[in-house]
Design a protein around this ligand. Structure first.
Ligand SMILES: [Mg+2]
Length: 263
């Protein structure tokens, strides 16, 4: 294995599943800390803010600091702020998105928005969708934190942010711009935040269509673990394969990290 100097880690399906920690997750993070290898958690979950995500990881005995969390909401707010500082936003989303927009001094409005931003909102209703559509029809640009069609929960697969976005997109016939994985926007921002380059980083995740393709699109090497959404069988016929595959992070530590230390 190439000696990577930094790591990007997915959360759901890689570190935890619902309220359960995934085997090897804490050990892997401890390994990175011990080796003084910088790492950052990249998540398409737009509903929580960085502090809430860090607290969840800490409650599972995974050593994470708030500044190591980068959510699609943060990536979206940073993107908007660089495109148009102080822009007027009509947003559908939860605390994570609303906090991130406020932190970048973006202005929330109900009409005449420059941008319509869609993040996962578990209290979305017809009125919010109607306002989003009206703003898009009046010329607002449609941006979505991420295109995940379905999200795994304790109840099963529920509608994801891509599904909510599709209502506005279908109704207005306007294609959204997505920010989160597998797009390279979030990856480029994360590289910049970490002050590193793509050759030096390994992207670790469970979902081929988000984590692994995000890495591939951004030019990073990737490690797919089979502890979440995608299985090795699922991806057998994909043209672009992850750089590495491991059943879980325990197997990865045993087969790759110890060898590397002996070298
Ligand atoms: Mg995942």
């Amino acid at each position: 294995m190439k000696p990577y100097q930094a790591y990007f880690l997915d959360l759901d399906g890689t570190m935890y599943k619902g309220t359960d920690r995934i085997e090897g997750a804490a050990e892997f993070v401890n390994h990175l800390i011990e080796k003084e290898l910088p790492f950052m958690f990249l998540t398409n979950n737009s509903s929580k803010n960085a502090q809430q995500v860090a607290e969840k990881l800490q409650s599972l005995d995974i050593q994470a600091k708030q500044e190591q969390i980068f959510t699609t909401s943060m990536a979206t707010a940073e993107y908007l702020s660089s495109e148009k500082p102080g822009a007027k936003i009509f947003a559908i989303g939860e605390e994570g998105l609303l906090n991130a927009l406020a932190e970048e001094n973006l202005q929330l409005v109900e009409e005449d928005a420059d941008y319509v931003i869609i993040g996962l909102d578990r209290e979305v209703n017809y009125e919010k969708l109607a306002k989003a559509c009206l703003n898009v029809r009046s010329g607002a640009e449609l941006i979505s934190t991420n295109g995940d069609i379905a999200i795994p929960t304790e109840r099963g697969m529920l509608p994801g942010n891509g599904a909510i976005t599709s209502v506005i997109s279908v109704s207005t016939n306007v294609e959204p711009t997505f920010i989160g994985k597998p797009e390279s926007t979030i990856m480029d921002q994360a590289l910049k935040k970490m002050g590193t380059t793509k050759e030096k980083v390994l992207m670790v995740g469970d979902n081929y269509h988000t984590d692994i393709l995000a890495g591939i699109h951004a030019g990073l090497d990737t490690l797919m673990v089979e502890t979440g959404v995608s299985t090795f069988e699922d991806i057998r016929n994909q043209d672009e394969q992850p750089t590495y595959k491991a059943k879980n992070l325990i197997e990865w530590l045993q087969t790759h990290c110890q060898d590397n230390e002996r070298n």
